[in-house]
Design a protein around this ligand. Structure first.
Ligand code: SAM
Ligand code: SF4
Length: 343
C-alpha cells in the first residue's frame, strides 16, 4: 500500500471513539509471538508458536500502524512476544520515526525483556524512542532463571544499563508471583528507584494455558501493598495514562510505583487502547475474544479505505470491559497467551 493511498485513507476526520464514548488514541502492536525467554506465567516451556507464513511482514505492520495514526492514534507501543527478536525490527522503528518527526505520532515506545537492549538501545533512541518498559521479575539469578526458564539475568541487567546510557527513560514491569518473587518485591522496588527507574507491579492474569495452576501463581496486589505499607509511606498520585495502572510515590525512595490490578479492581472505564497481533488480528479488549481481521482487509482491499473501514467498524464493537473473574483464575479467561495478544 503506497504512502499516497494511505494519505487518502481517512475520508472523515472524526476521532476513533467507541460506543462508550472512549477515544482510542493508543495502539499496542505485536510484531512477533516468539520470545527468547519462557516466563512461567506467560507461556509453557514448550510453547506452540504461530506458523511463520501467517505473520504480517514488517511493511504490512508499518502500514497498519500508519493507518491507525491517520485515524488519530498518537501513541504506539511495539510489543510481542519479544519484539527485539524479530529480524530487521529496526526498520519498523525507522519507518515510524518519520511519523514522530512530522508530528503525526506523539510517542513511539516498546515493551521488552531487555535481553537485546545492549545491541539496540542507542538505535532506538536515534529513532525517537524516549521511554521503554522492561519486564524484570527478579534480581536474584536463580529466581530469575526459574521464572523465565533462562539463566540470563546479567544480560538483562546490561541491557538496562545500555538503555540508561542511551538516555531512555525506563519503567520496570514486575509480575507478582506467589511464593516466587513475593518476598523480593520491596528490594526490587528499592533497586529500581535507586537506578532512577519507575516500576509497576502486575497481577497475574489468566491468559492462555501455561501448564500450571494459576492459583499457585496468583497473589492479589492488595496483599503486596499491605506488605509495602508496613515499611514505606505510599502517597497516591493523580498521574494517569488511560491504562489500568494506579500510581503512588514512595516517600522514602522518592520513586514512582504503579499497581495494575485487573483482578482485584477493574479500570476499564477510561480504556483508550486496542491491540493488533502479528497476524493482523485487532483485539478491542485484552480480556475478550472478539476481533477484526486486518490482514484480510489489508491484502484484499484495492485501496486503503478497506483497512480504515475495518478498523472503525471494529472500534464500534469495543466492549465495556474484560470479564476476568476471581473464579476464573484457574481456567484461562481467554485462550490467547499475553505473548500473542501483545502486552
Ligand atoms: N517480551 C516483552 C516483555 O516481557 O516485556 C513484551 C511482551 S510481554 C507479553 C508484556 C508484559 O506482559 C510483560 O510485562 C509480562 O510480564 C506481562 N505478562 C505476560 N503474561 C502475563 C500474565 N499472564 N499476567 C500478567 N502479565 C503478564
Ligand atoms: Fe517472553 Fe515477555 Fe512472555 Fe517473558 S513475558 S515469555 S519475556 S513475551
Amino acid at each position: 500500500m503506497t504512502e499516497k493511498l494511505l494519505n487518502t485513507l481517512v475520508s472523515d476526520n472524526t476521532a476513533l471513539a467507541d460506543p462508550f464514548g472512549r477515544t482510542i488514541s493508543y495502539l499496542r502492536l505485536s510484531v512477533t509471538d516468539r520470545c527468547d525467554l519462557r516466563c512461567a506465567y506467560c507461556m509453557p516451556e514448550k510453547m506452540q508458536f504461530l506458523p511463520r507464513p501467517e505473520i504480517l511482514s514488517l511493511e504490512e505492520l508499518e502500514t497498519v500502524a500508519k493507518a491507525f495514526i491517520k485515524l488519530g492514534v498518537n501513541k504506539i507501543r511495539i510489543t510481542g512476544g519479544e519484539p527485539l527478536t524479530r529480524r530487521n525490527i529496526m526498520s519498523l522503528f525507522e519507518g515510524l520515526s518519520n511519523q514522530l518527526g512530522n508530528g503525526s505520532l506523539g510517542e513511539l515506545t516498546l515493551t521488552t525483556n531487555a535481553t537485546l537492549l545492549s545491541r539496540y538501545a542507542q538505535t532506538l533512541a536515534d529513532f525517537g524512542v524516549r521511554r521503554v518498559n522492561v519486564s524484570l521479575d527478579s534480581l536474584d539469578g536463580t529466581t530469575f532463571a526459574r521464572i523465565s526458564r533462562r539463566a540470563i539475568l546479567p544480560v538483562v541487567l546490561s541491557g538496562l544499563q545500555a538503555a540508561k546510557k542511551a538516555g531512555l527513560k525506563v519503567k520496570l514491569n514486575t509480575v507478582a508471583l506467589k511464593g516466587e518473587n513475593q518476598k523480593e518485591i520491596p528490594s526490587i522496588i528499592s533497586w529500581a528507584h535507586d537506578q532512577g527507574f519507575d516500576i509497576t507491579l502486575i497481577e497475574v492474569m489468566p491468559l492462555g494455558d501455561v501448564h500450571a495452576e494459576r492459583s499457585d501463581q496468583y497473589i492479589p496486589l492488595s496483599d503486596i501493598r499491605d506488605q509495602l505499607e508496613e515499611r514505606w509511606t505510599l502517597d497516591p498520585l493523580s498521574y494517569r495514562t488511560g491504562g489500568p495502572s494506579r500510581y503512588v510515590r514512595v516517600r522514602e525512595t522518592g520513586g514512582k510505583l504503579g499497581f495494575i490490578t485487573p483482578l482485584t479492581n477493574n479500570f476499564c472505564d477510561g480504556c483508550n487502547r486496542v491491540r493488533v497481533t502479528c497476524t493482523g488480528k485487532l483485539f478491542m479488549c485484552l480480556g475478550q475474544n472478539d476481533h477484526a481481521d486486518l490482514k484480510t482487509a489489508l491484502r484484499s482491499s484495492p485501496d486503503a479505505d478497506g483497512l480504515a473501514q475495518c478498523i472503525r467498524e471494529a472500534i464500534s464493537r469495543k466492549p465495556k470491559g474484560h470479564n476476568f473473574d476471581i473464579d476464573q483464575r484457574i481456567a484461562p479467561a481467554v485462550a490467547r497467551h499475553m505473548s500473542v495478544t501483545g502486552g
